[in-house]
Design a protein around this ligand. Structure first.
Ligand SMILES: [Zn+2]
Ligand SMILES: [Zn+2]
Length: 464
């Protein structure tokens, strides 16, 4: 790996899906259909204004570029994944509407490890082969996983207008008595019982355990069992609940691992911190220079497409022009000023930023949102750790339309005008959060993106 390479200038931006997208079988909806997906009627404006929609799309791409669709991305594996417009979300029967009686998003604590389960402490630490970890592994071993308080803070801004609170009962890992002394653990490595217990208050739920199939973690937990516990925990005033865990999790026998999972209709979700540990970045081939926002650097995208023998297409003047200005460019400029995280504190913030983005995504499913195929968006599906790092923290116009409608119109009974005010206030709340965390590239970029985006929102509103 070249060490003293000149930093990339990210001169030209990839605002449309990559050249690989076609080979993957992904066909993006055109500008009119994307616009129609943001309206309650599901229709784009009539013909006369129709032309304006296409023109506006070029400018909109400076805020909301297309999904990159790179090799091994979610849309590579599932290129014809169905789209959920604002209109189809509105009419979704399974969808839970927030109400004054049910407007609280609960964030559970990361389950504590009780003395009886002390061996589970070890399961949270990646088992690194020499080529897998970061060279500065020793330093990284002392990293402590992110704080739930900070997560509550982020989600309060992201889900502005909802009540985001810590779940009042303390979750703990306890032993699952039934298993003790049984011979069924014979073939299992020492220290990994077949089941562990997840306790809160007087309740204990049985959680299946196994070693992680790729050998990266000594123990891994069944996320469906954790979600069963979440169902039991759900308070009556809860809109939804998220359970973050420090352990690796998986879904079913065949699954290697999963970073987060939601049962939207049941308003429950789980996220893990273990796989986001910065010590794994080298093994996951994460290029810190090209995580979001710089993931939209054309040179970077071309380089990845080249691995599939896709020839780069030279940038056209409109692309070069559009690359100079706008929210995405502002995000890249701001993030470029932040040196790659190296201190323990900086690495811990990087770890937190990843968790925050995924937690917001999973809670989005609880709000009835499906995976987004319209734009690069926080609600996009994710197929792996590298794609995860390339995706943005913001919601695209379609997904933003959904959450603003849920909060401003359904919860607060506001008008269309009130919804627009909500959008602005939500951006302001997120902007303030980012300001407090601007030492991190993702939050610095997001803060700058929001600053420019707010200007655009005001422009658009004054045109009407
Ligand atoms: Zn998802
Ligand atoms: Zn979206």
């Amino acid at each position: 790996m070249p060490v003293h390479q000149e930093p990339c200038q990210h001169k030209v931006l990839q605002l449309e899906p990559s050249n690989f997208a076609e080979l993957a079988g992904y066909k993006r909806l055109d500008a009119r259909k994307r616009y129609a997906a943001t309206t309650k009627s599901g229709r784009a404006p009539r013909k006369k204004e129709g032309h304006a929609v296409e023109d506006a799309a070029t400018e909109l791409a400076q805020s909301f570029p297309g999904p990159l669709v790179l090799p091994h991305d979610d849309l590579n594996y599932d290129p014809t994944s169905s789209s959920q417009s604002l209109r189809s979300w509105l009419h979704e029967k399974e969808r839970n509407k927030p109400s004054q009686q049910r407007k609280t998003i609960y964030v559970a604590n990361i389950p504590e490890i009780t003395p009886a389960m002390a061996s589970m402490e070890d399961w949270t630490k990646p088992i690194l082969s020499p080529d897998r970890g970061d060279p500065a592994t020793k330093k990284l071993e002392s990293l402590v996983s992110p704080d739930v308080e900070n997560l509550v803070d982020y989600l309060s801004a992201f889900y502005h207008g909802m009540a985001v609170k810590k779940f009042p009962q303390v979750l703990k890992w306890v032993s699952w008595e039934e298993e003790e002394g049984k011979s069924s653990t014979k073939s299992r490595p020492p220290g990994v019982p077949k089941h562990v217990g997840l306790a809160y208050g007087d309740n204990v739920t049985r959680i299946r355990a196994r070693p992680s199939p790729d050998g990266l973690f000594k123990g891994q937990l069944d996320l469906n069992d954790i979600l069963d516990a979440a169902t039991d925990m759900l308070p009556t005033d809860a809109y939804s609940i998220i359970v973050p865990v420090d352990h690796d999790i998986h879904e079913g026998e065949e699954d290697d691992f999963c970073c987060g999972r939601a049962y939207g209709g049941s308003r429950i979700c789980v996220v893990q911190t273990a796989r986001y540990h910065p010590v794994l970045d080298r093994g996951n081939k994460i290029d810190h220079e090209h995580t979001w926002p710089a993931s939209h650097c054309k040179d970077y995208v071309d380089g990845i497409c080249a691995s599939e023998e896709i020839e780069p297409i030279p940038a056209v003047p409109t692309q070069i022009g559009a690359s100079q200005l706008g929210p995405l460019r502002a995000a890249i400029s701001a993030a470029s000023l932040i040196p790659p995280p190296s201190t323990i504190e900086e690495l811990r913030v990087l770890w937190f930023a990843r968790l925050a983005r995924t937690a917001a995504h999973e809670l989005g499913h609880c709000m009835g949102m499906d995976h987004c195929v319209y734009y690069a968006c926080n609600m996009q599906g994710t197929a792996g750790m590298t794609e995860d790092g390339r995706q943005p923290p913001y919601l695209c116009p379609v997904c933003l339309g959904k959450i603003s409608h849920a909060v401003a119109c359904e919860l607060q009974h506001g008008s269309e005008e009130a919804r627009k005010v909500y959008v602005r206030q939500r951006y302001e709340a997120l902007g303030e959060f980012c300001k407090r965390w601007e030492g991190n590239g993702l939050f610095a970029g997001f803060g700058a993106w929001i600053g420019e985006r707010l200007g655009k929102v005001e422009e658009e509103e004054s045109e009407h």
